[in-house]
Design a protein around this ligand. Structure first.
Ligand code: PMP
Length: 544
């Protein structure tokens, strides 16, 4: 019996026998009105944690004695109506807690002596029901896809293609050491004190010069240094958006921006992206109908699709935005990572109104230098910068002072450009390695476009493949990716994967690709054997 009320699914684990082991699930999970394990889908607590907690309580209370076998993962997943990877994650966590052990051929069993740490932690009851105090509504909703993905990516046996990072082993550490030492000698503690909210003056100059090299004419006063471009997006939302305001976003788009706009309680309207970027031919009708405040676009090596908005579309977009009096937020952190040909000029450079135009340009050093320094920036008219700076003051006073000094030196001394000239060919090779590793996937129905820059391959899944099956199989094979469903404001009919090719060395990319294709093959077998696309509707946000 399964009954679901509102958000609470209470699943009867009752009298079913575990055929192979002749052990009833009731034996494996007693208590809770005799035979049930309740999953609260509205809860802040991830589903796998709910499962883990329930077993944990039972094991530590002695209700599940040593040697008891837990139900097979697939069986429990089916019973609870969750992905197998969710159960895998719960069992993995119980193993890490020292409560259960896996035995090949026997399954997962309760260990004889739970570790003391596990026992002690279980007694630590929360002092306050925090859940009751946090903000209600969309703003406080955690994304289960990302939460579970992060957990999975943490597993040491998992190859993560889900990240958006430059490779750690190619970072210019020797140069960093040199720059830091010189800064300390030349500037001393100035590099470690508070600094202006808008950013240190030398960096604002260097960033204005960087913008100028891309054709964007701005003065240092039109630059705001931000703590990563993520903060830039957040500040823009805080300054411009009231709840219910409409923001046009691309489909797909950068998931971190979706989070920002959702938190601001904006109404998101999507425009599809094709190989030439945003479908500008569909834009005007949406502008006329929804009267948005902002258009958020990633015109250059888009995250996640890799698409580049053509120059003619760029000009058409600017013209429409001017006509409908909408600000354009241009998020452009990948511009310096072109592997084939230079990308078109930024929107902010093409705007015929120049500095009086309506483009807010957002970028970052995270993709090209050290993401942990948290140095991004916004270039916009001074009036906008002033308002954004006020919002920033209440968020973090100013961005990291040492980080700003370091980035300034990397820009000013040509170190960043030399670094880019060194790593770009290596990233291009990694892209090619990833594409070679994926090539056999074409026979399985996978398809993708060759990205001309940036960090990602955006892969279309064959229509017969249920995303929920793939996430479970990928977890089993030890590989993870960013599911396309996380990158859209609305559900789509075709499922996608975003695969990063920069962070891992070529050998790991090859192995990751192999694991992924193995997962696709077995998920396809499962999907066709069972109900195709099951879970792809209700579970547009699969738990990875
Ligand atoms: N925008 C885009 C398009 C991104 O891909 C990212 C990083 N994934 C960011 C903004 C945020 O980067 P950061 O805050 O590290 O600058």
């Amino acid at each position: 019996m399964v009954f679901i009320s509102a958000n609470l699914a209470r699943i009867d684990l009752g009298m079913t026998k575990h055929p192979a082991l002749d052990l009833s699930l009731e034996d494996a999970l007693p208590g809770d009105a005799g035979t049930t394990l309740a999953i609260d889908r509205a809860s802040e607590v991830p589903v796998y944690q709910q499962i883990r907690r329930r077993y944990r309580e039972q094991i530590l209370s002695g209700a599940l004695p040593p040697g008891t076998l837990l139900p097979p993962e697939r069986r429990l997943a089916e019973r609870l109506g969750v992905n197998r990877s969710t159960v895998l994650a719960a069992y993995g966590a119980l193993k890490a807690d020292g409560l259960v052990g896996a035995h090949v051929g026997r399954g997962t069993a309760v260990l004889a002596r739970p570790t003391l740490a596990a026992a002690a932690e279980s007694r630590r009851e929360p002092a306050l029901a925090w859940r009751e105090l946090v903000r209600r509504g969309v703003a406080s909703r955690e994304d289960p896809v990302l939460r579970d993905l992060l957990e999975l990516a943490e597993r040491r046996d998992v190859i993560s293609l889900a990240v958006g990072l430059p490779p750690a082993e190619l970072m210019p550490l020797a140069e960093l050491r040199e720059v830091q030492e010189r800064l300390l000698v030349e500037r001393g503690t100035e590099t470690l004190l508070h600094s202006p909210t808008e950013g240190i003056a030398p960096l604002r100059e260097s960033l204005a010069a960087r913008c100028a090299s891309w054709g964007i004419q701005v003065t240092p006063a039109e630059i705001l240094v931000t703590s990563g471009s993520q903060q830039g997006l957040d500040l823009i939302a805080r300054v411009f958006l009231d709840p219910g305001d409409v923001v046009i976003v691309e489909q797909p788009t950068y998931l971190g921006a979706l989070e920002v706009f959702r938190r601001a309680e904006a109404h998101l309207v999507s425009v599809p992206v094709d190989g030439d970027g945003m479908r500008i031919d569909l834009l005007e009708a949406l502008l006329a109908r929804h009267r948005p405040k902002l258009i958020y676009t990633l015109p250059t090596f888009q995250n996640p699709s890799g698409a580049v908005l053509s120059t003619s579309r760029r000009l058409a977009l600017l013209e429409l935005a001017r006509r409908y009096q909408v600000a354009v937020v241009e998020d452009d952190p990948y511009r310096d990572l072109a592997y084939d040909a230079e990308p078109p000029a930024p929107l902010a450079a093409l705007d015929p109104l120049g500095r009086r135009g309506g483009t807010i340009f957002v970028s970052s050093t995270s993709k090209v230098l050290f993401p942990g320094l948290r140095v991004g920036w916004i270039a916009a008219p001074e009036e906008v910068i002033r308002r954004l700076a006020l919002a920033k003051q209440s968020a973090d006073l100013h961005s990291s002072t040492p980080g700003q000094w370091i980035v300034d030196r990397f820009l000013r001394e040509g170190r960043l450009d030399r670094h880019l000239a060194r790593v770009r060919p290596q990233y291009a090779r990694r892209r090619d390695t990833m594409l070679e590793a994926l090539a056999p996937g074409a026979a399985l129905g996978l398809s993708w476009a060759r990205p001309r820059g940036g960090f990602y391959v955006w892969c279309d899944l064959p229509s017969a493949l249920a995303a929920s099956h793939l996430s479970a199989e990928a977890a089993r094979q030890g590989v993870c990716y960013l599911p396309g469903s996380a990158c859209g404001a609305q559900a789509t009919t075709v499922e996608h994967l975003r695969l990063n090719f920069t962070a891992l060395a070529p050998a790991e990319l090859r192995e990751g690709g192999k694991r992924l294709l193995r997962a696709v093959a077995s998920a396809l077998a499962l999907s066709t054997a069972r109900n195709p696309r099951d879970g792809a509707g209700a579970g547009t946000r699969p738990i990875v």
